[in-house]
Design a protein. Structure first.
Ligand code: FNR
Ligand code: 8K6
Length: 347
């Protein structure tokens, strides 16, 4: 039987989505200099309110979480009020929206906040901040236990702020080589304490963040994005899979709203995951609701969901190019192709 991606999907007892097509989180670097969402962002998200669920662009939980210019935050009352305008506009058009909670860890740059760059271990990355090439990355400071406790508290606080800002829930950004993902991969985590060395220890930070956010806002409103395959700001190690083999069943017991694959192209296969794609590996290791993503068209996503590869699809770049993505696919109209130049403006 063919699944109708445009019919409603019950995420859990408290959240029903109008369809199975999510807008993927997409960093746009368009907030104002206080990291407050602007009116252009209100209009941009409101135009996409017919998505099953909008996941906001990654939104930093505190100042030292920042690694890119003008990424919005959720730690000042001005930022909360700015996001409230976005969620009000999305809700007024019948949509739903989660905030993606972000800390970039070692991908942060002191230029933005003037302090230590925190990461699991003092292992830096090569390169410089996109769009600000003069800012080369620095060697991070290995977070102390006290730093780690502060980070966990701040994820939970940002989740509370998201609810105050009117979001329907949060997606914790545990993917794409950022802070949580840095704890989950051997290339970035060489700690010798209870947060390193073994799958259980390396999963500890992710699980403590999840548990703190769930305690703050409830499991029905909490989701998580993960990249078991290292592909962005990270290199793979043969032992990585053991960490995710431990983490995914542990997450299952948390009854989260969904788990989201973090990948750009889901046809990519990972030697470290037994030559599987990220979604294929996650589907095998996790029984809850899974959101697929990564270079899918509406048709190929429909096929993948029919084949039970995942339950919901997130669409990224095509949503940048087509604010009316949902109505276009509904009416069988041609989509405008995405190009990187479109990142200059919020259409
Ligand atoms: C992204 N992606 C991304 N992922 C994430 O978890 N948080 C983010 O803020 C961003 N930001 C972002 C900006 C831009 C410009 C792009 C192109 C991508 C990744 C995104 O959510 C998605 O996984 C990929 O774009 C793959 O999906 P599509 O575009 O092939 O449908
Ligand atoms: C999450 C913050 C991202 C900031 C802007 C990202 C712009 C991405 C443009 C698309 C390029 C994709 C490259 C992804 C790496 C894949 C390596 C195989």
């Amino acid at each position: 039987m063919t699944t109708d991606l445009l019919s409603p999907f019950k995420l859990n007892d408290s959240i029903e989505l109008q369809n199975r097509v999510l807008m993927a989180p997409l960093t746009r670097c368009m907030s104002d200099d206080n990291l407050v969402p602007t009116q252009a962002m209100v209009d941009y998200y409101a135009r996409r309110a017919d998505a099953g669920l909008i996941i906001s662009e990654a939104t930093i939980i505190r100042p030292d979480a920042q690694g890119y210019p003008n990424t919005p935050g959720l730690f000042t009352s001005e930022q909360i009020q700015g996001w409230k305008k976005v969620t009000d506009a999305v809700h007024a058009k019948g949509g739903k929206m989660f905030a993606q909670l972000w800390h970039v860890g070692r991908v942060a740059h002191p230029h933005f906040f003037g302090g230590d760059v925190l990461a699991p271990s003092a292992i830096g990355i090569e390169g410089s901040v996109p769009r600000m090439r003069e800012l080369t990355y620095v060697t991070p400071k290995a977070a102390t236990i006290e730093d780690i406790q502060g980070l966990i508290t701040d994820y939970a606080k940002a989740a509370e702020n998201a609810i105050e800002a009117g979001f329907d829930g949060v997606e914790i950004h545990g993917a794409n080589g950022y802070l949580i993902d840095q704890f989950l991969h051997f290339a970035a985590n060489q700690r010798e304490d209870q947060y390193g060395q073994t799958p259980e220890n390396m999963s500890r930070f992710a699980l403590e963040v999840v548990d703190a956010v769930v305690a703050a806002i409830g499991a029905n409103k909490t989701a998580l994005r993960l990249s078991p395959g290292a592909y962005f700001n990270m290199t793979e190690s043969d032992d990585d899979k053991a960490v995710f083999d431990y983490l995914l069943p542990a997450l299952e017991t948390r009854n989260l709203a969904y788990l989201h694959v973090g990948i750009f192209d889901d046809s990519m296969r990972f030697a470290s995951l037994g030559d599987k794609s990220a979604s294929e590996y996650m589907r095998g290791a996790y029984k809850g609701t899974l959101v697929g993503v990564g270079s899918y068209s509406f048709e190929s996503a429909n096929q993948a969901i029919d084949n039970n590869q995942f339950d919901l699809i997130a669409i990224g770049r095509p949503f940048i190019a087509n604010p009316d993505y949902i109505s276009k696919v509904k009416n069988g109209e041609a989509l405008t192709p995405y190009s990187d130049e479109m990142l200059a403006e919020l259409i």
